[in-house]
Design a protein around this ligand. Sequence first.
Ligand SMILES: [Mg+2]
Length: 124
Amino acid sequence: MSRILIVEDNEKNRKLFKLVLGSIGHELLLAENGEEGIKTAEDERPELILMDIQMPVMDGISALKALKAADETRDIPVVALTSYAMKGDRERLLDIGFTAYMAKPIDVDKFKKMVGEILEAGHE
Ligand SMILES: [Mg+2]
C-alpha cells in the first residue's frame, strides 16, 4: 500500500482515480488545485503525485515547478494527467520534470500498471 496524492479540479476524475487506486489498496489524498497540492505534498509526503494540468488557482505545471524547487518534495515522482494531448506534449512535460504522462480519459488497466511500475521503481 502506498500513499498517493491526486491533484485534480474535476470532481468526477478525482472520484474515478480514487476508486481505481483505492480498489488496489492505496491510500489516497486529494487536492483540488496546484496550491492545495503543494501544501498537501509538504505536509503528508506522499510516495506519488498524480497531477492534472489545467486547474484554477494554480495549474499543474506551476505546481510541478514548485515541488521540484523544494528539497522536501523534489524526489516525489509526479505523473501528469491531461486531456490536452497534442503532438509534442509528452516530451514537453517530461522535459520540465514530470516522471510520466497519461492522457485522459484514462485507460484503467494502463493507469494501474503505470502507477504500480513507478511505485516499484521508488522502492528499489
Ligand atoms: Mg482540470
